[in-house]
Design a protein. Structure first.
Length: 356
């Protein structure tokens, strides 16, 4: 297979990033900048593939029920990161500095297995690649409720494929419960057109997801989220109050019911020897188009991915993502937000609400 190689310099890549976040840039300048961004992103495909294969292998040794997936970061998410202000300061992130252009994730059954995978095969492992970042958001969760382990590596090869040396790939490791929370948040964002995932949503929704994250943390004997009740009864009571005010269960149940037919599409795709899926979701129309690609068609998939993103640029009613998984079944399990399958999350929520 021919993997796309980087064609541009660090200066050209960073300049493309500046053009994309500058409102005064011309259409011609932005199109050229997008070409550079597309190549920069696609060049991460090979190292991402290598890291995903290792992650799957090691995850299976720790937990036979583990799930792994890989993804290239979406253009809107990259641009948002470049525009983001930290503590009121002007945006300073450069495109070449974005460390999670390519990423892979492992979801394990519980916290103990997630930690074992991280410690035995990554922190103490024999990777030849250079670890340049490590954040334990399980021990010290984010204020918004996010919990997971993040590791960032620079790809390094002494022989063969040296042209990819230095490209960075993010590895995420989390428990199933943490994954249910994270994907439920994406589902809410999707259908309410908020940005809870980026702490930019309605205050009631932001409070609700933080409270639920603390409840999940308690179930896993982990630290609660800052500024949420330590007492379980008080915590659960606040969750029940917010859930009723927001009508969470009815809304999520409705989204799930409306999208059940997507599962039939996935079952049909599973009969083919596919490796990649391009998902195009029309939120208003309630339609999901799924195009499948074989392992040999990865570059074709990436090109189609870029074309769809350009077509729907600036349209909030559409979302496009390219994911690589081993089976169609894993696709649905690893990315339940795209199939609005919040059933398990709602089961946990019902238990919380009914306990007191």
């Amino acid at each position: 297979m021919v993997w796309e190689k980087l064609k541009y310099t660090k200066f050209e890549i960073n300049n493309a990033g500046k053009i994309l976040i500058n409102d005064k840039s011309s259409e011609e300048e932005k199109n050229r900048a997008l070409e550079i961004l597309d190549n920069w992103r696609a060049s991460h495909s090979y190292p991402m593939h290598i890291f995903q294969m290792r992650l799957k292998n090691k995850s299976q040794k720790v937990d036979k029920n583990s799930l792994t997936a890989q993804r290239l970061k979406r253009v809107p998410a990259i641009i948002y990161k470049l525009k983001r202000r930290y503590n009121g300061r002007k945006p300073s992130m450069k495109l070449y500095q974005v460390q999670d252009i390519g990423g892979c994730r492992a979801v394990l059954s519980n916290i103990s297995q997630a930690r074992k995978l991280c410690e035995d095969y990554y922190l103490k492992g024999d990777l030849k690649h250079t670890r340049v970042g490590f954040k334990d958001y399980i021990a010290i969760p984010k204020k918004d409720g996010y919990r997971s382990i993040h590791l960032v590596y620079e790809y390094k090869s002494d022989k063969g494929k040296q042209e990819f040396n230095g490209l960075r790939i993010e590895v995420q490791i989390r428990s199933k419960l943490q994954h249910l929370w994270a994907t439920a948040i994406e589902t809410v964002d999707f259908f309410t057109r908020q940005a809870i995932k980026s702490s930019e949503g309605h205050p009631d929704w932001l409070d609700f997801v933080k409270l639920v994250s603390s409840a999940f943390a308690k179930m896993e004997n982990c630290p609660c989220i800052p500024d949420t009740p330590e007492d379980e009864k008080e915590l659960y009571s606040e969750i029940k109050k917010k859930a009723n005010e927001l009508n969470v269960i009815s809304k999520m149940s409705g989204w799930t019911s409306a999208m059940q037919f997507f599962k039939q599409e996935i079952k049909a795709k599973s009969k083919k020897k596919v490796q990649f899926f391009l998902l195009e979701l029309d939120i208003v129309g309630g339609k999901l188009n799924i195009t499948s690609y074989t392992k040999e068609e990865e570059q074709k998939a990436i090109s189609a991915y870029s074309a769809l993103e350009k077509r729907h640029s600036g349209q909030k009613d559409y979302d496009v993502v390219l994911v690589g998984v081993d089976t169609a079944s894993d696709l649905q399990k690893a990315y339940p937000n795209y199939f609005v399958d919040t059933t398990e999350f709602l089961n946990y929520l019902q238990k919380i609400i009914s306990k007191y």
